[in-house]
Unconditional design. Sequence first.
Length: 451
Amino acid sequence: MEEYFQFTKELFDPTKAKDKPQPLKGIRVLDFTHFIYGPTCTGILARYGADVIKIEEPGSGDMLRLGAWWGKYWKHTNPLSHSLHLNKYFVTINLKKPKGKELVYKLAEKADVVVENLAAGTAEAWGVGYTQLREIRPDIIYLSCSTYGQYGPLRFFPGWDLLAQAAAGTITITGYPGTDKYYKLPDYLGDFYPGTLGALVILIALYYRKKTGKGQYIDLAQVETMTRLLPHFTYFSITGQELERTGNIDPAMVPAFIHKTRDGKFVALAAGTDEQFKAFCTAMGRDDLVTKYPTELERLKPENAQELNRLAQEWMSQKDAADIVDLAKKYGFPAAEVVDDYQITHEEWRRERGSVETFYDEMYREFLLPGPQALLSKSPAKVKWLCRPVGYHNRYVLKGWLGLSDKELEELEKEKVIGYWDDRPGAKPPIYYDITTDPIFNYQGDGGGTA
């Protein structure tokens, strides 16, 4: 087995990722997304090599740039923008100008995918919807991300992560039994999960196009995606009863819960098999419980489950978290300390596997990033650059992809069809960075670019 683990360690070594090809190289994506939901989708595509052109309004750009959590910026940026917009190209186009739409249409001719998460029907009203762009590129794959979908009675309702979680029924199953308190799932899961699924369905559509030559329109609704993630309504349809909320206890195995330890930390425990239960009882010094509750069905009986969880929690209360984890390794039952941000940042094994990585960026210097969602041995995800200021890639994309001249770009700037950042944190470069010497921002090539 040691040979196998050495093999996988070398196979997935994150330090070798830069030397491997990217699977989506050559796929071109027009990105009309904003905030978190849509950018999550296009961010995954960019991390695996797609050329993602993020189109923003001149000046402030994506409003998430200006809305840093709790008003805390880092080097004039919203830190979340860097996780969402890795490897993207940032172009500003004023869609209120006819010439702005012309630029989009020229970009669409060369694009494979378009993604937007505006209010339902907005892209169509602006002239950059599916029906317009498929006339330009018949095999285009177009994804519309919205809260309630592109048709139906709720299509015009606005929504955010919190509203999506509520309308999907996700919040219904959070909290503790016997209370009227419900909890929002943290960190915008109602944005991140549907956005991740958006990347998956685009890949499905690309595969379909490869086989048939046909593009298609994809309607992705946050509420529906979240509902299908947790099909607890199926239980109700069969029994006529709501699934009870379970707090921090797993009702499918016993003992299984999160509990506070002697040193004030918390540990998650889950003995899901007879073997794991036996191992846990041995660690507690209570082999008699194995005889008393020999099978999972016996342990799951409500009165037995309550008793076993109580005994296990009492034992955990008398142990330090590290001791419980050590005993779990020794005897072979599952247990893990509930870790905080400091531990995630500093635990060495996460750096070794690349689940957390420190990336050095030419503009922003060192930045700690979450690693890729999965490790691919032949075609891993890569980070090439962080988020960039509003309009940073105007010249690089419009000259390199569309072949526009310096004179044409100057005219578009004068007419306010394209532009750059305004003087607000989140939109502009860091104050120490000399943008006048940046070779990409001042791109002089007469071809190439992202083409």
